[in-house]
Design a protein around this ligand. Structure first.
Ligand code: PGA
Length: 249
């Protein structure tokens, strides 16, 4: 049985104090969740929140890591540094990183390798932009993203990957993919994985949906057989909304 998961992505929100307050509230209220709960925070929160989450069922993710191992890369944060905080996951390939920071599929391939080499489990985001959906080429787009950044991995390595299908037109826009659109794409992604790594690995791969997933639509999205949970942006910043989404999983 694959892992069901609800993961938060705080993006560039929350001062250290605000983040600690939110993580403390989540820790106090999430005692026996029905799925794996992960919170993805800015780098500066990781060391503190990791201590706070010790002994709880909540796991911690960075939102990025460098594509270089170490050295003279001012301002960058390596996968080894992320791992040293106690974080277990690393969100990679988010569409905002691809679009605003020019992260190519080649760069992302390096990041995935470094994350894995340092014992981090990537939550790898894929998804098409609006024009690609309108041209009905979303399947090809997502397949290429998988092939170019992940399909160099061995089957064993790939089994550490969690995928997040995030149609870019749905992120932060209030436009959610319909449950049917999500299910169709998730089933397609699983079929692509099955072709490359076999049915068992495909069946074991957790595929999250992200893009304006909230406390109102989560249950309907999660009811689909290939939608294993959600990667939650805006709604993960408000404890009660995030808790309601977890309860829907
Ligand atoms: P959103 O963001 O839930 O605010 O749309 C999701 C994401 O970007 O991971």
């Amino acid at each position: 049985m694959r892992t069901k998961m609800v993961a938060g992505n705080w993006k560039m929100n929350m001062t250290l104090q605000e983040g600690v307050a939110l993580a403390t509230e989540l820790k106090d209220k999430i005692t026996n969740p029905s799925c794996q709960v992960v919170i993805g925070t800015p780098f500066i929160h990781l060391a503190t929140i990791s201590q706070l989450l010790k002994g709880t069922p909540i796991q911690l993710a960075a939102e990025n890591c460098a594509d270089k191992e170490k050295g003279a890369f001012t301002g960058e944060v390596s996968a080894a540094m992320v791992a040293s905080t106690g974080a277990q996951y690393c969100i990679l390939g988010h569409s905002e990183r691809r679009a605003y920071y020019n992260e190519t599929t080649d760069i992302l391939r390096e990041k995935v390798l470094l994350a894995l080499a340092n014992g981090l489990k990537p939550i790898f985001c894929i998804g098409e932009i609006k024009e690609e959906r309108e041209a009905n080429i979303q399947n090809e787009v997502v397949k290429t993203q998988l092939e170019e950044s992940l399909f160099n991995l061995s089957e064993q390595e790939f089994r550490n990957i969690t995928l997040a299908y995030e149609p870019v037109w749905a992120i932060g826009t209030g436009l959610t993919a319909t449950p049917q659109q999500a299910q169709e794409m998730h089933a397609y992604i699983r079929s692509v994985i099955a072709k490359k790594y076999g049915q068992e690995t495909a069946d074991d791969t957790t595929i999250l949906y992200g893009g304006s997933c909230n406390e109102k639509n989560a249950a309907e999205l999660f009811a689909n057989p290939d939608v294993d949970g959600g990667l939650i942006g805006g709604a993960s910043l408000v404890a009660d909304k995030f808790l309601a989404i977890i309860a829907a999983r």
